[in-house]
Design a protein around this ligand. Sequence first.
Ligand code: FAD
Length: 268
Amino acid sequence: MKGSCFFDSQKGFEIKEIVIDAHTALIDQTSGGPIQSDPDIVVIGGGNAPLCSAITAAEVGAHVLILETAPKPYRGGNSRHTRNFRSMHTGSLGPLVDSYSEEEYFADLKKVPDGKTDEHLARLAIRTSEECLPWMQERGVRFQPSLSGTLSLARTNAFFLGGGKGLVNAYYRTAQALGVQVLYEAAVTHLEMDGDHMARVDFPHEGAAKSLTSKSVIVASDGFQAGTDWLARACVGTCGEERPDPWHALQSRRCLGGFSGSRRRTGR
Ligand SMILES: Cc1cc2nc3c(=O)[nH]c(=O)nc-3n(C[C@H](O)[C@H](O)[C@H](O)COP(=O)(O)OP(=O)(O)OC[C@H]3O[C@@H](n4cnc5c(N)ncnc54)[C@H](O)[C@@H]3O)c2cc1C
């Protein structure tokens, strides 16, 4: 593929000449073994959504490879910064006490975007939240009670023991036990489509251009808070900037409440 070029989002320069190495040269940085050729599924991203996808696929027998742009110590995107998740429940559930109904949850959720929400999607997320907590526990995530005196969070929010890092580490352990392979410092830069099929996934790794094929690809690297363009749009009207550029949304202390998060946010 000489003469092609693409943008390296981490280093910020164009790679002019691409030599695609055989992917058999890649090493799974979790087990130390070679990356299995032609995985069934390539999952792009190493946060909560990608890990849950990878675990679900591996549990039904798929060979899964995760490509995570961060080095191992910083893996997990914004998920590593989280503390808890809000769950509907009809009775006590894990660390959650009493109950928290769908209607109450929906009323709370609506307050956040001043009533502007997609009710169908919101209710779907709320209803399915109840089955998430036991699913997470079965896959190694541990919870702790909220601190006493914390408003009514003991009823609504389940806190991860060890915070977001504890959550992410538990999922990586479970994924590894299921044979999921992980390549860190692998920022995907190009997805080559062939009709409605994914023909190739390109990413630089250890200074060389790499390429993989797989039966399916799951892209889970661009949640709302990981997307600089989305953040910039949300920024309008929030902080008074008339023309916020993508990086303003990430850096401004006024914008989105002094929002901070993973340094690996690229919006790609
Ligand atoms: C400071 C902070 C605190 C928060 N606290 C909470 C909380 O307590 N509870 C809650 O419910 N939500 C919380 N959130 C929101 C929550 O973090 C996100 O909703 C959630 O992490 C999104 O998960 P995700 O898997 O979609 O994205 P992420 O966790 O951001 O994962 C995206 C992954 O994709 C990788 N990636 C990005 N680009 C590429 C690429 N080109 N190639 C390969 N990999 C790539 C990233 O490195 C990362 O691993 C918080 C957010 C922040 C910033």
